[in-house]
Design a protein around this ligand. Structure first.
Ligand code: SF4
Ligand code: SF4
Length: 652
């Protein structure tokens, strides 16, 4: 029953389940007949509806699906309410069972009869100026109750937004305000920015409401944000330069007036709320309506920055994936620049802090020494069917490949140890940072080029598998939205691939009394919950008892924790859940995390270097191989730490 509201809210289309006759109660012994009449009433009007409730108490929650933006359907609220009220009277029940009366109070005089006059006297005695919730429950003599169809509705506001704009923005407009995102559990991933600030504008609901209001105000000025975004994308370099003075002036004005007269452009208020979002995507996975803040935030930023300048750091971050491979050829120089006091203060001036150092390992060279080749469609096609069946293409992402290279090396080493043939996909930018910044035109081009290259590899029939969950899951969400599903190859997470090959993996004995503990990346935990559970089964097969630790967000979420303005909040978010998990003695040396960002955050805040679960599995497989035939397996109570093979530390 508790999930019913969410399930109904996730209904597709313009008609949404409306809660206006959703709280009726009749004597339980009459409930069956009452339901039959209620259904006939709604069926006569040709409506679909959700019906759930507490049968033992005779309480029924019914939500007819209406498009409240359509005035004809809005009028049904009055019609249905009147008929259902009459029905509850017939069955000796009430229109309001467990919730308040609210706007349904207009039925109170008919329900209470002569008693209503007494209620009016009580109201007048305690609230002589009719200040407390006027128009509800009882009105003092001479005052009217609110009318059920006299209330301004969201549908009335939303219908001012043109239909094509509404269709392009369903991921914000369909928020039904159920407030499941006001989650207070620190060990739940739902909305870290809300948890850290306790400000409604920093919740998914708050951001969806601001977005809706922004769209409404644009509609008043006859601006279609999609057309505006398309216009900005068509702008060449000349167009951008000619718009520069206007954008600079707007930016200067906004800074000048901020905090004194308040922003006079509503877009600036929306921007503040969007800036606080980590783009962690927990709302996408956990909101029952699938409100997608990162998606509409990106669309908003794209249009907003047509009017206001972007900070310099956006330019740097947007091209980061493109220049990292070149920078990685000179890791000492790069690390000297980013890690020195001068470099740090220069980056700090740009708004970037606590950047990690590059690993200094040339991934391709290190893998070549292990016999792992770079994949190409020709090379994969030249394999025999048996070889192709054992092959897997490891899809790189800029951050794991260049900063946490050991994880990719260990992933390939594990695959080799398990008898598979790993191949390395050529590096191409993924584009996710561009998407997060709202550079959607650039993201589309980056994604198209990457999808083309990966599609060529996938066409050979060899599976593609990413490493970092956040970057890998972008292929299923942001890529599919931008390019369409038919242009995007399937890229699996490591555990999703391993679970498909479970029968080919050796069965190693696990010690459940001495488990490892997994902290999944929150995008993975909330957007691919089945894949998170896959880790457990894979680990168990390979001789590791693995527990998935309930946790909130680590606070890093890609770029967010590296932004000067967000660093303090990022650490506050870390403190809500991760700090105590990382510090727990039972987790010492046995905690693994799938996200590169998360591992980076624990190292930064607590100086704790976490491994990837792949590294724990590799250590276990290596330990099992080291046991001579007939000897008992090593006690997992003293598992080898997932140390890296010496070759991993080769400097480029
Ligand atoms: S964002 Fe989702 S969970 Fe939050 S109020 Fe809106 S519909 Fe409910
Ligand atoms: S992406 Fe994360 S921080 Fe942003 S609104 Fe959704 S849950 Fe909150």
């Amino acid at each position: 029953r508790k999930k019913s509201v969410g399930l109904l809210g996730n209904m597709q289309g313009e008609r949404r389940p409306m809660p206006f006759v959703e709280d009726t109660v009749v004597p339980p012994e009459r409930l069956a007949d009452y339901i039959a009449e209620f259904r006939a009433l709604l069926d006569r009007k040709g409506l679909v509806y959700g019906m759930f409730g507490h049968v033992d108490a005779g309480c029924l929650h019914v939500r007819p699906a209406l498009d409240m933006k359509d005035p004809a359907q809005e009028a049904l609220v009055r019609e249905i309410s009147d008929e259902v009220f009459a029905l509850t009277r017939k069955y000796e029940g009430v229109l309001w069972g467990e919730h308040g009366k609210g706007f349904r109070s207009e039925y109170a005089p008919a329900f209470f009869g002569p008693l209503y006059a007494r209620m009016q006297e009580i109201k007048a005695a305690f609230d002589p100026h009719n200040q407390l919730n006027p128009g509800k429950i009882a009105a003092p003599p001479g005052h009217a109750l609110s009318r059920i169809d006299g209330v301004p509705t969201r549908g009335q506001a939303d219908r001012r937004i043109p239909i094509e704009v509404r269709r392009a923005n369903e991921d914000s407009l369909h928020c039904n305000g159920n407030a499941a995102c006001f989650n207070h559990d620190p060990d739940d991933a739902m909305c870290p920015s809300w948890k850290a600030t306790r400000e409604r504008r920093h919740s998914p609901k708050g951001r969806a409401s601001l977005m809706r209001e922004w769209l409404r105000r644009l509609a008043e000025r006859e601006v279609d944000p999609s057309s505006e975004a398309a216009r900005l994308r068509r702008q060449g370099a000349l167009g951008r330069w000619s718009a520069f003075p206007g954008r600079a002036l707007n930016t200067w004005n906004a800074r000048r007036t901020a905090g004194r007269t308040g922003p006079d452009d509503f877009s600036l208020e929306v921007k503040e709320a969007m800036d606080g979002c980590l783009a962690c995507k927990s709302c996408v996975g956990q909101c029952p309506i699938k409100v997608d803040v990162p998606a509409f935030r990106s669309r908003f930023l794209e249009v907003h920055h047509g009017r206001y300048l972007r900070p310099m750091k956006d330019t740097l971050v947007a091209s980061l994936e493109r220049w990292l491979p070149t920078a990685a050829k000179l890791p000492r120089l790069m690390n000297g620049l980013t890690q020195s006091a001068v470099g740090r203060s220069a980056l700090g001036a740009l708004g970037l802090v606590s950047l990690p150092g590059m690993s200094g390992i040339d991934l391709r060279e290190a893998l070549a020494r292990r016999g792992v080749r770079t994949a190409s469609p020709e090379a994969l096609r030249a394999l025999t069917a048996a070889e192709r069946g054992r092959s897997i293409v490891v899809v790189q992402d800029a951050f794991t490949s260049h900063y946490d290279t050991a994880v990719v090396l260990d992933w390939c080493e594990l695959l080799l140890a398990l008898g598979f043939i790993p191949w390395l996909a050529p590096f191409r930018p993924n584009g996710k940072p561009q998407h997060v910044l709202g550079l959607l035109g650039r993201f589309e081009r980056t994604a198209a080029a990457n999808a083309r290259m990966l599609g060529g590899l996938a066409a050979t029939g060899v599976d593609l598998v990413g490493v970092d969950p956040s970057m890998t899951l972008a292929y299923r969400a942001e890529y599919v939205k931008a390019l369409g599903a038919d242009r995007v190859p399937v890229v699996l997470l490591p555990q999703e691939w391993l679970i498909r090959r479970l029968d080919d993996l050796p069965k190693l004995e696990a010690d459940p009394s001495n488990p490892w503990h997994l902290l999944p990346h929150c995008t993975e935990r909330t957007n691919a919950p089945a894949a998170t559970a896959d880790w457990k089964r894979v680990a168990e097969r390979l001789g590791i008892a693995l527990r998935i630790v309930p946790s909130g967000c680590c606070g890093m979420a890609g770029l967010y924790g590296h932004e000067r303005d967000h660093r303090a909040t990022s650490e506050a978010i870390y403190g809500l859940s991760w700090r105590s998990i990382v510090a727990a003695p039972r987790h010492a040396g046995r905690l693994v995390a799938t996200g590169y960002s998360c591992r980076c955050q624990t190292a930064l805040v607590d100086g704790v270097e976490l491994s990837h679960p792949i590294q724990a599995l590799l250590a276990r497989v290596k330990a099992a191989r080291a046991v001579p035939a007939g000897a008992s397996p090593p006690r997992p109570s003293t598992p080898p730490a997932p140390t890296l093979a010496p070759a991993h530390h080769d400097q480029a």
